[in-house]
Design a protein around this ligand. Structure first.
Ligand code: KQY
Length: 371
């Protein structure tokens, strides 16, 4: 494994779309007691169900700390590979490599990670184990690794159509906790040099109260070139309305990297999901302070789905809009089965949401280089 100081685009590498074929998927076994309730037991059930669904059509690798290996091995299906690895939390989308390819070879990008804002507004300290995870995975996978540690970026803050169009949010990529010394133009150049962006569409803000500073993967996602889904509410009194309307206006006024207009499919949001007292009782404090307070609104969204080779796995919240989300996505993914993350009627997505993200945030796809 080589550490590369060149830029992927200069080497003719780019990031494929998530809806292109994968060879695998990476997750990290949940362990943080101030992120995951009741020692992580509910979250683990959600991770196991998700791994089971994904492993039907791609090789799943789960990173587990040494002290969690036995539980992970006991709970996960045999066809899931477990590798021993330290981590600070379990957000593979943000801390695993972003994979790029030239069609013949796979390489990883090792971005700088500072827990979503470092000492400015990061969500935990320290984050050094998370920051090392991408490089360690490249080592284990024996893929060369681009050293982009000087540039702070999380995988959940970018989406690509694989054809040169990248969507992101100003709220996140321009936040003072990421790369405050870089201008918007310099950040666009970085996205061009690394993942192959030829056009960056900047949505103003992400989901209301999203503690990642509005990651794109919770509010808007490509389902195919020229088609996106956008989290939406018709309730003008909900602060989400103005946010989603601003995004809609930008998308409708934009063309993609190939000059094509973009069709926006609205995914109606679930009714607001709030933290309960019982949720809080199950969470340890961090540095003596609670990480959640009863009544906090969580950043629930159906957009935070994962596209596996055979299946699209979608958050479900026990809400009247759950079925509509599945129906809309089924029409947009005609060659895949679209399913909710549920098991024995348990709403597993909520157990991930308590941690602060959802299905997309805990997964990272490995593109298949054989087209
Ligand atoms: O949504 C994500 N990509 C990560 C959320 C992190 C939350 C930490 N509590």
């Amino acid at each position: 494994m080589k550490i590369l100081k060149t830029m992927p685009a200069a080497d003719s590498f780019y990031m494929p779309a998530e809806f292109d074929r994968h060879s695998g998927c990476i997750l990290i076994w949940p362990h943080r007691r101030d992120s995951w309730q009741n020692g992580g037991y509910a979250a683990r059930r959600a991770f196991v169900r998700l791994c089971t669904l994904i492993s039907d059509s791609e090789k799943v690798t789960v990173c587990a700390r040494a002290q969690d290996y036995d539980e992970a091995r006991r709970e996960l299906p045999d066809n899931v590979r477990i590798v021993e690895m330290s981590s600070d939390d379990s957000w593979a989308r943000d801390v695993a490599p972003t994979f790029v390819t030239n069609g013949k070879e796979l390489r990883g990008i090792d971005w700088g990670f500072n827990a979503w804002g470092g000492l400015y507004n990061g969500l935990y300290f320290p984050w050094d184990q998370d920051n090392k995870l991408a490089r360690k995975l490249c080592d284990i996978m024996d893929v060369d690794c681009y050293d982009l540690r000087h540039f702070i970026l999380e995988g959940g803050s970018i989406h690509t159509d694989g054809e040169g169009t990248v969507i992101t949010t100003e709220e996140c990529l321009l936040s003072p906790g990421r790369n405050p010394e870089l201008s918007r133009i310099q950040i666009e150049k970085m996205l061009s040099d690394t993942i192959g962006a030829k056009k960056v569409i900047w949505l103003p803000r992400g989901i209301y109260n999203d503690e990642t500073d509005g990651h794109i993967d919770n509010i808007c996602a490509f389902t195919s070139p020229t088609n996106v889904v956008l989290a939406w509410t018709d309730d003008e009194n909900d602060p989400q309305y103005e946010i989603s309307k601003e995004c809609l206006d930008v998308l409708c006024a934009s063309t993609d990297a190939k000059g094509r207009s973009i069709t926006v499919h609205k995914l109606l949001q679930p009714s607001p999901v709030y933290v309960t007292e019982e949720d809080c009782r199950g969470l340890d404090c961090m540095d003596g302070e609670p990480t959640r307070v009863p009544g906090d609104r969580l950043a629930a969204s159906y957009v935070n789905f994962y596209i596996s080779n055979s299946t699209v796995i979608v958050p479900q919240f026990g809400d009247k809009n759950d079925a509509a989300a599945i129906e809309t996505l089924s029409a947009l993914f005609p060659t895949r089965k679209v399913v909710g993350l549920i098991a024995e009627d348990a709403l597993l997505s909520r157990d991930i949401l308590i941690g602060g993200g959802n299905i997309h945030c805990i997964t990272q796809q490995i593109p298949d280089i054989i087209k």
